[in-house]
Design a protein around this ligand. Structure first.
Ligand SMILES: *[C@@H]1O[C@H](CO)[C@@H](O)[C@H](O)[C@H]1NC(C)=O
Ligand SMILES: *[C@@H]1O[C@H](CO)[C@@H](O)[C@H](O)[C@H]1NC(C)=O
Ligand SMILES: *[C@@H]1O[C@H](CO)[C@@H](O)[C@H](O)[C@H]1NC(C)=O
Ligand SMILES: *[C@@H]1O[C@H](CO)[C@@H](O)[C@H](O)[C@H]1NC(C)=O
Ligand SMILES: *[C@@H]1O[C@H](CO)[C@@H](O)[C@H](O)[C@H]1NC(C)=O
Ligand SMILES: *[C@@H]1O[C@H](CO)[C@@H](O)[C@H](O)[C@H]1NC(C)=O
Length: 494
């Protein structure tokens, strides 16, 4: 009780100083309704309100003079605007998920962002100050997408609760939709969606960020999407971090895995990052059709390759410019169409997972697939494979490096190789086809002979390197061993 009285007094003091200093109490329509209910029930809400008061005081003045002079809102209107923290239940959202909360949440958001501000982020993007729309740990049913009321807004946080799509939620909508029909370059800037669970109820998608700048999606759990978990269209710098996406809630080896559909994350834009994210069910984990995206620490076990799934699909032929590092491909791999500038390193491929370079126009260049671990079950599966069903790779650049990987229970494939072989005769041929990725392509070969036959100094010559076979001839009989290294790329000086 002492604690309660303490809080009450602090609130009263805050309120008193607030009235005295600011003459702005009009915006807090009925503060006493926050204080009257029982201690046990309302302890947390009281603290929350207290924090609101505090954050009000320590915040930049958010309400313009004009609005402070405006007449008192009706007593029934929710405690709005002046606080940077908006509680959706204040607007009638139902945190038990029983009744539809779409309108209430939309109203809360609309209220949250409708402040009078002269501050801007990018030109034309109003800085609404970092207003926080708090879902208060509730589960809210929504039947339409949650959108910001207009384009040109920035510095907004939506956090802390669950949204669940209702049975009539449109299958072509996204639950949180950061898009607008305006034709400006960027619709929103610096919107943060964090600590959210989105249950799409097998209807539409989770989040859409269309022409947005600097969007954070952090610690979100997006499940039961019928289409796509997160769709990024245009814009720049959507950072997806520490999140979990899955169509079906499973922890692997799901009996329905064959039937998983949808895409975890679809990046149709440039300069985004996906960092420390798990995609645990979906036909495609991440689909990428923009450049300069960075994938780090992603764990894909969305749908096994054997069932038709893909971990990361790179649909950026000719200008891939994608880095995938420190990631974990769990029974599902990477497919890259005509890759030009692709870096895959420090990844772990488990369960016979592999990388496919898929030819559309036969172009491949600027590849680094290095320092990865591959583990399989001795089924003779190559760690890197070429899909030349539509066309053979015939424009292979000289900067294709697939090397320094480790393969356990799978076939090593590389663009460079070293072999030591026994020699007894005047000519010998070493076949590199088992290890070299591209057929009929050795650009560089080097060899050394080792023999302990005394007074033997044979002259040797490289006769033929076609068909990935190195043939060496000697002018005298050699008994010893040959050390040969080859590379499918080379660098021309000058
Ligand atoms: C969806 O259902 C809710 C009630 O659950 C109703 O209010 C809403 O109008 C419906 N929407 C559509 C598009 O049918
Ligand atoms: C997968 O889908 C097929 C046909 O679409 C269906 O017969 C089967 O029962 C489904 N399996 C599971 C586990 O849902
Ligand atoms: C999704 O999971 C549920 C159980 O959680 C299961 O009944 C259903 O068959 C699964 N669907 C698919 C497509 O795997
Ligand atoms: C080299 O080849 C000859 C003839 O084929 C054979 O007699 C000899 O044992 C071989 N020497 C070695 C060291 O293998
Ligand atoms: C020379 O090498 C052969 C094997 O290639 C070995 O059997 C033999 O002992 C070696 N001779 C000397 C003198 O080292
Ligand atoms: C190199 O070897 C291939 C068979 O492996 C042959 O067809 C080709 O004519 C050879 N080239 C030369 C220059 O001997």
């Amino acid at each position: 009780m002492g604690v309660f009285l303490g809080y009450t007094m602090m609130v009263v003091l805050w309120l008193a100083s607030f009235i005295m200093v600011n003459h702005l109490c009009v915006v807090y329509s009925s503060p006493d309704k926050w204080l009257v209910r029982g201690y046990a029930h309302d302890h947390h809400s009281l603290i929350r309100k207290l924090q609101e008061y505090k954050s009000y005081f320590f915040q930049r003045q958010r309400v313009s003079l004009a609005s402070s002079l405006s007449p008192s809102p009706s007593p029934s209107s929710p405690a709005r605007s002046s606080s940077g923290m908006i509680l959706v239940t204040t607007y009638g959202a139902d945190p038990t998920g029983k009744t539809d909360s779409t309108d209430a949440i939309l109203e809360a958001i609309s209220d949250a962002v409708s402040i009078d501000t002269d501050e801007y982020l990018m030109q034309g993007i109003s800085n609404v100050g970092g207003v926080q729309i708090n879902l208060e740990g509730g589960i809210y049913k929504i039947s339409r997408h949650i959108k910001l009321p207009e384009a040109g807004l920035g510095n907004i946080v939506i956090f802390g609760g669950t949204l669940k799509a209702s049975d009539n939620f449109s299958t072509d909508s996204y639950m949180i939709d950061l898009s607008s029909s305006s034709n400006r370059d960027y619709s929103y800037e610096f919107v943060t969606l964090r600590d959210l669970m989105l249950d799409c109820n097998f209807r539409g998608g989770g989040i859409r960020a269309s022409k947005t700048l600097r969007t954070s999606i952090d610690n979100c759990y997006i499940a039961h999407f019928g289409t796509t978990g997160i769709l990024v269209q245009g814009g720049h710098e959507t950072y997806i971090r520490n999140s979990f996406l899955g169509q079906n809630i499973t922890a692997g080896a799901d009996p329905g895995e064959r039937n998983f559909t949808g895409t975890g994350i679809d990046l149709q834009g440039n300069d985004n990052a996906v960092t420390d994210v798990v995609i645990f069910s979906a036909a495609v984990g991440i689909m990428i059709s923009g450049q300069a995206n960075m994938i780090t620490g992603v764990h894909c076990y969305n749908k096994a390759y054997g069932f038709g799934g893909t971990g990361i699909y790179l649909k950026v032929p000719g200008i891939t410019q994608t880095r995938i590092v420190n990631s974990y491909f769990d029974f599902t791999g990477i497919v890259a169409e005509d890759p030009v500038q692709l870096h895959v390193s420090d990844c772990f491929f488990l369960g016979d997972a592999f990388i496919v370079l898929k030819s559309l126009r036969g172009v491949v260049d600027g590849i680094n697939i290095v320092n990865n671990m591959f583990s399989g079950s001795n089924k003779g599966i190559d760690i890197v494979q070429l899909d030349q069903t539509s066309k053979e790779f015939n424009e292979i650049g000289d900067q294709v490096v697939i090397d320094q990987n480790s393969a356990n229970g799978m076939n090593m494939k590389a663009t460079a190789a070293k072999v030591v072989t026994q020699v007894n005769g005047t000519s010998w041929t070493i076949d590199f086809n088992k290890i070299l990725l591209f057929p009929r392509r050795i650009k560089f070969a080097q060899h050394t002979l080792m023999t302990n036959t005394s007074n033997s100094f044979p002259n040797t010559i490289l006769r033929n390197i076609s068909n990935n076979q190195v043939m060496i001839e000697s002018d005298t009989m050699v008994i010893g061993s040959a050390l040969v290294s080859v590379d499918q790329g080379f660098t021309m000086l000058g």
